[in-house]
Design a protein around this ligand. Structure first.
Ligand SMILES: [Fe+2]
Length: 260
C-alpha cells in the first residue's frame, strides 16, 4: 500500500493491485479499465495477450464541496494508474488521443516516472506530424499538454507504477480514432536487453527530423504550478486553470525546459 496523500493533495492510497482507495470523505470512483484487447491496434506486437489490464482511469474525482465550482468553470479532475509492465518489447503506454478544439490539459506525476509523447499533426493531414516532444517527468513534475498536440503517456519503469492526476476542460470528448488509424503514436519505445529502441511509426508520411526531449518547468506562476505542489487545490483558484478552456488567451512557450 502506498499513501499518495502528500503527493496528490487528496486522501488517496494505492493498493497492491494498483487500485486506488479513497478515504476521509472523498467519494469513491470506480475506474474505467483499459484492456489489452482495446489497445491491440496501437501496439507494435498485436499478438500479445498479457498483461490483460494496462491502466485504470478514475474520471471525475472530487470532494462534493468542489462540484459547484468545477461545474461553473467546466473543469474535471482525473487520476490514472498505469501498471509497471511491458507490452511485448514495448514500454507500457496509454492508447493516445487528441482533444478536438485543441484544448490543452494539465498533468501531474503523482508517483513514479512519466514520459509524455506530444505530437502535433498538420491541420490538413493527420499523417503529417509537424512537431514531436518527449517530456521526461518525475514525481512532483507537471506536464502541460500543449494546445493542438495529441498525447500518450509511457511508464518507463517495469517495477514501479505510474500515477498521474490531471485537470482538463469539459467542453470536449477525447478523440482516440486517429491514434487507432495510425496504429499508434508517431514513435514506438521498446526495450530489449536493457537497450532502448525508438522506432518511427511508418504509417506517418512525414515526421520531424528529431524528437525534442524536454523537461517540466519547475514553476509556472500564471498556471499556479510548482514542482511538488499538488494540482487538486487549484480548484480554489480556478483562474489559474482558465488556460484549459481559453488557451488562445495564454502563452505556452514556457511550459517546458530543455534541461532539468
Ligand atoms: Fe488528454
Amino acid at each position: 500500500m502506498k499513501d499518495l496523500k502528500n503527493n496528490i493533495g487528496l486522501p488517496v492510497k494505492l493498493d497492491q493491485n494498483y487500485k486506488l482507495i479513497f478515504e476521509e470523505g472523498l467519494p469513491r470512483v470506480s475506474p474505467a479499465v483499459r484492456t489489452i484487447d482495446e489497445m491491440r491496434e496501437v501496439l507494435v506486437d498485436k499478438t500479445i495477450n498479457s498483461p490483460k489490464e494496462l491502466y485504470y482511469m478514475y474520471r471525475d474525482v472530487a470532494f462534493d464541496k468542489d462540484r459547484a465550482i468545477e461545474k461553473k468553470h467546466a473543469l474535471r479532475y482525473d487520476i490514472t494508474v498505469i501498471k509497471p509492465d511491458k507490452l511485448g518489447k514495448e514500454l507500457m503506454k496509454t492508447a493516445g488521443h487528441y482533444h478536438p478544439g485543441s484544448f490543452p490539459e494539465l498533468y501531474e506525476v503523482v508517483y513514479g516516472s512519466a514520459w509524455c509523447l506530444l505530437q502535433k499533426p498538420s491541420k490538413k493531414d493527420y499523417k503529417v506530424i509537424e512537431d514531436v516532444i518527449l517530456v521526461k517527468a518525475q514525481t512532483g513534475d507537471k506536464i502541460v499538454c500543449l494546445p493542438g498536440y495529441g498525447h500518450i503517456l509511457i511508464n518507463p519503469s517495469k517495477n514501479e507504477p505510474l500515477v498521474t492526476s490531471n485537470w482538463v476542460g469539459t467542453q470536449f470528448s477525447s478523440d482516440y480514432s486517429l491514434y487507432k488509424e495510425a496504429e499508434g503514436a508517431a514513435y514506438f519505445f521498446s526495450e530489449e536487453n536493457g537497450k532502448l529502441n525508438v522506432e518511427a511509426n511508418k504509417i506517418f508520411t512525414q515526421l520531424p527530423k528529431s524528437i525534442k526531449e524536454m523537461f517540466s518547468s519547475a514553476k509556472i506562476d500564471k498556471f499556479g504550478l510548482e514542482k511538488n505542489k499538488p494540482i487538486y487545490p487549484l480548484i480554489n483558484s480556478p483562474d489559474k486553470l482558465r488556460f484549459l478552456n481559453y488557451p488562445s488567451e495564454f502563452d505556452f512557450s514556457d511550459a517546458f525546459v530543455t534541461k532539468t
